[in-house]
Design a protein around this ligand. Structure first.
Ligand SMILES: [Zn+2]
Ligand SMILES: [Zn+2]
Length: 195
């Protein structure tokens, strides 16, 4: 954890930010033990509450963003698109040189998302539901919708993530590939992907 210096949060649902508190505490302790000497920078949708919670920890900073923001983090430029989700949430585009990675976080399918992800070298798309389920009302995507996004955006490689905790996950890949983009895989813990 001492190698992590920047964390970008897409929204404040517990499955996306609850580990930040542990990370902040770890940085505090390991800074005191002189195991690390760099601050931890947390980025997220603008939130006074989050800013206060992060910045009460020494060696940590919070930077809020909104849809028009552009963040520069080392060699990376980050841009954001507001999602369709029960709370304020963003898709994130990371660019370095001529390479782009787009991460949808949690969202229903929208045509805007196709434009935002257009031509991505790597699209990391949520895939919370199986084909035939209702993504729109829950603020998530089915495998079919993730497949449509993958195909229409012409993403060069696609990872399905935010997967359901039931059923046969290989069915998600089969369903998504039917829409025409064949370079689709399931995300895995510890996975390293070259772009
Ligand atoms: Zn969410
Ligand atoms: Zn989520």
């Amino acid at each position: 954890m001492n190698d992590i210096h920047h964390v970008v949060l897409s929204h404040y649902h517990y499955d996306h930010f609850s580990d930040v508190g542990v990370l902040l505490f770890s940085r505090l302790v390991n800074t005191q033990l002189k195991k690390v000497n760099k601050p931890l920078s947390i980025y997220g949708p603008i939130s006074e509450q989050m800013a206060k919670r992060v910045e009460e920890v020494p060696h940590a900073t919070f930077t809020g963003y909104h849809e028009e923001s552009q963040l520069k983090i080392g060699p990376f430029t980050l841009e954001f698109k507001r999602n369709m989700h029960p709370v304020e949430a963003y898709s994130i585009k990371i660019t370095s040189g001529n390479k782009t990675i787009v991460y949808t976080s949690d969202t229903s399918y929208t045509e805007d998302l196709v434009n935002f992800a257009s031509g991505a070298d790597l699209l990391i798309t949520e895939c919370s539901l199986y084909e035939g389920m209702d993504g729109i009302s829950s603020g998530h995507m089915t495998s079919k919708e993730a497949g449509i996004l993958a195909d229409k955006s012409e993403a060069k490689a696609v990872l399905l993530t935010h997967l359901p905790h039931y059923g046969d996950l290989n069915e998600l890949v089969k369903s998504a590939k039917k829409e025409g983009n064949f370079n689709i895989r399931l995300a895995e813990v510890g996975m390293v992907v070259g772009v």
